[in-house]
Design a protein around this ligand. Structure first.
Ligand SMILES: [Zn+2]
Length: 164
């Protein structure tokens, strides 16, 4: 069983989608739709959809170009601020991890007695040096940056606070 078709179906669909249906459509086409079951179905299905679309686009009320521009600027500023703060966060996290590691190592050495664990401590330092030397340049540079930051940050903080 095939779906019935009509040669004027397309005309009906065009009249509806261009907003000409029913008042601006040809009398001829209206008479055809009254007589043709296929075209009546097209009207029943398509007319409400097209009417909904017209109502929706009338209600959409897009924001003015000034508001769109302002929002774009605000978003760009937010993204720039987030991008700028990200490396600082990573360096802070690494510095805290390094500090915690050094503190733990120091506490271990202090608890066990310096002479007893100096060998263990030196082995750990040696392991770190070996690990650093196997890292690629980027990570080495990052570690150097972290170490420099750990040394310079207290000095920078001192200078900044002294000027206030
Ligand atoms: Zn028809």
């Amino acid at each position: 069983m095939s779906v019935p078709t009509c040669s004027r179906e397309r005309d009906v669909w065009e009249a509806i989608s261009h907003g000409r249906w029913p008042s601006l459509a040809d009398d001829d086409l209206r008479a055809h739709v009254d007589a043709c079951a296929v075209c009546r179905d097209v009207v029943v299905v398509a007319a409400p959809l097209v009417a909904d679309r017209a109502v929706a686009s009338a209600e959409a009320d897009p924001p003015s170009s000034a508001i769109v521009w302002w929002r774009a600027q605000a978003r760009a500023r937010q993204e720039a601020a987030r991008a700028a703060s990200q490396p600082i966060t990573i360096v802070h996290a690494l510095a805290i991890a390094c500090g915690a590691g050094l503190l733990a190592a120091g506490a271990t050495v202090w608890l066990r007695g310096w002479s007893g664990s100096i060998g263990t401590f030196m082995a750990a330092v040696n392991a770190i040096i070996v690990a650093v030397s196997t890292l690629d340049t980027r990570w080495t540079m990052l570690l150097i940056a972290v170490a420099a930051w750990m040394l310079l940050a207290p000095i920078a903080a001192y200078l900044a606070l002294r000027e206030d």
